[in-house]
Design a protein around this ligand. Structure first.
Ligand SMILES: [Ca+2]
Ligand SMILES: [Ca+2]
Length: 229
């Protein structure tokens, strides 16, 4: 490759990188300072103290409802809203019964990294505890964040709250992405569980080392040519 084509490549790469950065769409209201704006809530969902909360508590017969007047969705409606097939929200042999979710769609670049913090609390306890679970769905793929059963061993106390965990996902290709946060009762519709979500962010991809090398190499050549004139 001669100097001129190297330089042309470097400038083209720089222009492309700039265009891609300009097209970057962010997750809207990922810190929940605007309440539920930009999020599509289904069921018992609320923002409290800058934290998105979703519960399986039905206000009409359970305590712990966040809204006090909106019930969780039945499982078929929940699966449809999450964009997943029937039975995709079951846990092993335990059928999911009802739950709540919140979702948002946004544009991503290849290499963009989604990040959020979450914690899970449940009133399920004892040997007959159901496997209520908290999940995310990214482009139709169900990701289990926590199950009440997994919590049972470490935390036998009812209403146990898990520690805050960080979840990260890097997108392999550019396009529109749909992100869903959800929580579901399994086995029966009793003993509610709650998912809390903090700080949802989407970070632009970091340029590959080769890209930087090419750009810097091109700029060095350009400055050398200019100096020679
Ligand atoms: Ca319930
Ligand atoms: Ca339950």
């Amino acid at each position: 490759m001669n100097h001129r084509s190297l330089l042309r490549n470097a400038l083209a790469t720089a222009a492309l990188a700039g265009a891609a950065a300009a097209a970057q769409a962010q997750v809207q209201n990922g810190d929940f300072t605007q309440g539920l704006a930009f999020w599509n809530p289904q069921g018992d969902v609320a923002v409290q103290g800058g934290v998105l909360k979703l519960s399986t508590a039905n206000f009409s017969f359970e305590t712990g409802s966040l809204t006090g007047n909106v019930a969780p969705l039945g499982i078929e409606a929940l699966e449809a809203a999450a964009g997943v097939p029937a039975y995709a929200l079951d846990v092993g042999w335990e059928a999911a019964v009802e739950g709540s979710l919140a979702k948002q769609s946004f544009a991503v670049q290849a290499g963009s990294t989604l990040s959020f913090s979450w914690s899970f609390s449940t009133t399920e306890a004892g040997p007959l505890a159901a496997l209520d679970h908290a999940f995310a769905v990214i482009n139709g793929q169900v990701i289990t964040l926590a199950t009440a059963g997994a919590n049972q061993q470490a935390t036998a106390a009812p209403s146990a709250q898990s520690t805050i965990s960080v979840f990260e996902h890097t997108f392999g290709q550019a396009g529109m992405a749909t992100l869903v946060f959800g929580v579901a009762d399994t086995l029966d519709d009793l003993a509610p569980s709650t998912l809390s979500i903090h700080g949802v962010t989407l970070a632009a991809p970091v340029p590959e080392p080769q890209t930087w090398a090419l750009m810097l190499g091109g700029l060095a050549l350009l400055s050398r040519r200019l100096r020679r004139r």
